[in-house]
Every structure is written in structure tokens, then in C-alpha cells.
Write a protein that binds this ligand. Structure first.
Ligand SMILES: *Cc1c(COP(=O)(O)O)cnc(C)c1O
Length: 356
């Protein structure tokens, strides 16, 4: 028997979740956001399940080329744009589309041959204050792109800072519309949260990411309530059982001290597999068909769960760290992070199983 940890990627769940995104924005095209190795799910694996998307969005130049080489003919956009002139020339030759978010990136297009027909997403800073042209610089940048003989279609783009939170999107929509006044180009603004909550942000293309993987962008609303299915299930098994007397502690630093006789299951999963080391006591773990919680500090290769009230649990019992039956959003919340970070942190040593 190999070490029992696996990450199961549910391909049907990915396809289903893309359908949920489409149902919310029936008049928009969809860029499926598969940056960061498809949020840890595997670039080409996720692309296969999401092949009905109108386009793909990635960060990494290599990922974009891999998608082209794998035969995907739809739009493939680089969300941070080109990083040098070589990427601009090769990107145009491979028919990639690119974000242009700054003067420096505009100048990278200088070397493009006339007729290259590079599609550009012109990024507007509507209030996130990371990337993008200031609203009063957008008109000039748009004109330069339109006049460039190597540039094809131009789409206006912006990104929301708090579509999942209290501040919402109206303040950014206002800034965007002011910057885009008089420019008759397609628009793309919506991430998952805006796709689900704000139809006025859908415009021509939506850009859902996290919802495709079956996680909710909203703190107060579960993925299940949104009709989303978990795409990644990280599971392992109990490989040993320890019985504690009152006063005994578990693991490094003794962060858990038993107050009563306590049965502890040792699960073959640790931070070297991608489980967060900072997860505190009582972070949810599904053991068999019941939920319990972690005890003690997560170590490199192991974590511990309380199975005192689960006499049926023992060596060989399945433990779901997140996914099916243990929503990743609950685990992330307990660990003081977000599902994005957990998914992306899955490490290469965890064997992946694809489930249709
Ligand atoms: C990552 C990303 C998205 C997707 O965001 P989610 O919150 O995962 O839906 C959309 N647009 C841009 C520019 C991004 O970088």
C-alpha cells in the first residue's frame, strides 16, 4: 500500500460549475480563469473539463503556450500581460491575447509586426490600485492601441477589489464608466463574486475563477447554496491511533492538552502536502462519515484528529481534509485563510486521481 493521501479532481464538477457561471451570465462569454495551474487542479486537466469556455485566462506565458499546443483554439489571455519583447512577439505569433496595464507594456508592443493582429485587454485601474491605467489616461492609451498596425481587437478590462464584500462594485463601476465614456469596445470586469451577485457587471466577458473549482467567494454563503460542486477532494487515512491521559499533549509544542481521556487519530497529511501549518485546534476534518477536528500542531507529514467519540474510527479510516463532505471554505475559514490559498498550495508529492 502506498502512502494513502490523494487529491481527487472531479472533472464533472468543473464542467457543472462552468454551467453555473454561464447560467448567471447568459449573455456574456466566459474566460475560464485557470492561472496558477488551474488553482492547483492541473492546467490541462482543468482545461479539458472546461473546454466549453469561450476563452481561458492564465498568468504564465508557458501555460498559455501549453494550451495552444494542446489544440485549444479559443482566446487565451495573459492576465498580467507580456513581461518582455520576446513574449510579445512570440505571443502574437501563437495568437495569444494580452492584458496591457501600463505605459511600459504599451512600449513592449512597439516591435510587433504590422498585421500581427494581437488582441489586447486594456486594463483600467478603477480602484483596486494595483495594475491598470488611471481613468484619465485611458482615452490616450486606447487611441494608441487602435492606431497600432499590429493590434487586433481591443477589450476594456478592470478588476474588482470587494465584489464579495460590503463595499460592493458600484464605486468601481462608476470610475470605470467615466474612464470608458465614448469608447465603443467590449468590456470585461466580473470575477466569480461579481458574476454571482452583480448582473450589471457582466458586460461582454465574465472571468470566473474560484467558483469553477466549487468554492464560494462569499463568507456568509456556502458553495452548496450557490449550486457549486467541490472539484478537489484532499483525502488520506488514519495511520495510527494514540490514547491520551488527562494532561498529555499532542505533537510539536504541545499545543493540545487532553483534559479527559482522548483518542487521537494520526492522519498521513501535513504541510508538505499543502495542508496549512497554521490551522488551529478544531479545524474540521471528516473522518469516516462524521466531522471532527484537528488537535495539536500540523507537522510536515502528519496531523492529528480527535476521534474520542468515534469508536468506529481507527487505522485505515478515511479522512477528508477538504472537499466532498468537508467544504474547503469551512477549512479555510477555520485556518484563517481562503480556499484559493489551500487549493494553490497542494504540493507535487500528492498523487492526483481524476474522477469523471
Ligand atoms: C484571478 C482573477 C480572476 C478570477 O477571480 P476569482 O475570484 O477566482 O473568480 C479574474 N480576473 C482577474 C484579473 C484575475 O486575476
Amino acid at each position: 500500500m502506498p502512502r494513502p493521501i490523494t487529491a481527487t479532481i472531479n472533472l464533472a464538477a468543473l464542467t457543472h460549475n462552468l454551467g453555473v457561471a454561464r447560467a448567471h451570465a447568459p449573455h456574456a462569454k466566459v474566460f475560464a480563469v485557470i492561472k496558477a495551474n488551474a488553482y492547483g487542479h492541473g492546467l490541462l486537466r482543468a482545461a479539458g473539463a472546461l473546454r466549453a469556455a469561450d476563452g481561458f485566462a492564465v498568468l504564465e506565458f508557458d501555460a498559455a503556450l501549453q494550451l495552444r499546443s494542446a489544440g485549444y483554439a479559443q482566446r487565451i489571455v495573459l492576465l498580467e500581460g507580456f513581461f518582455d519583447r520576446r513574449e510579445a512577439v512570440e505571443g502574437a505569433a501563437r495568437r495569444l491575447a494580452t492584458v496591457v496595464h501600463s505605459e511600459e507594456q504599451l512600449r513592449l508592443l512597439d516591435g510587433l509586426a504590422a498585421g500581427a493582429r494581437l488582441d489586447v485587454l486594456l486594463k483600467i485601474n478603477s480602484g483596486m490600485n494595483r495594475l491598470g491605467f488611471a481613468p484619465d489616461a485611458v482615452g490616450a492609451a486606447y487611441s494608441r492601441l487602435q492606431e497600432h498596425p499590429g493590434v487586433g481587437k481591443v477589450t476594456l478590462m478592470s478588476h474588482f477589489a470587494d465584489a464579495d464584500g460590503a463595499r460592493g462594485v458600484d464605486w468601481q463601476l462608476t470610475a470605470f464608466e467615466r474612464a470608458a465614456t465614448g469608447i465603443a469596445a467590449p468590456r470585461t470586469l466580473a470575477n466569480s463574486a461579481a458574476t454571482l451577485r452583480y448582473p450589471a457587471t457582466h458586460f461582454d466577458w465574465i472571468r470566473p475563477g474560484i467558483m469553477l473549482y466549487g468554492s464560494s467567494p462569499f463568507a456568509g454563503q456556502s458553495a452548496a447554496a450557490l449550486g457549486l460542486q467541490p472539484a478537489m477532494t484532499l483525502a488520506s487515512e488514519i495511520i495510527s491511533v494514540c490514547t491520551l491521559k488527562p494532561g498529555d499533549t499532542v505533537g510539536y509544542g504541545g499545543l493540545f492538552r487532553a483534559e479527559k481521556p482522548t483518542r487521537v487519530g494520526i492522519v498521513a497529511c501535513g504541510y508538505a502536502d499543502g495542508y496549512p501549518r497554521h490551522a488551529p485546534n478544531a479545524t474540521p476534518v471528516r473522518v469516516g462519515d462524521r466531522l471532527t477536528g484537528t488537535v495539536g500542531r500540523v507537522s510536515m507529514d502528519m496531523l492529528c484528529v480527535d476521534i474520542t467519540d468515534m469508536p468506529e474510527a481507527g487505522v485505515g479510516t478515511r479522512a477528508v481534509l477538504w472537499g466532498e463532505g468537508n467544504p474547503i471554505d469551512d477549512v479555510a475559514q477555520a485556518a484563517g485563510t481562503v480556499s484559493y490559498e489551500l487549493m494553490c498550495a497542494l504540493t507535487a508529492r500528492v498523487p492526483v486521481i481524476e474522477q469523471d
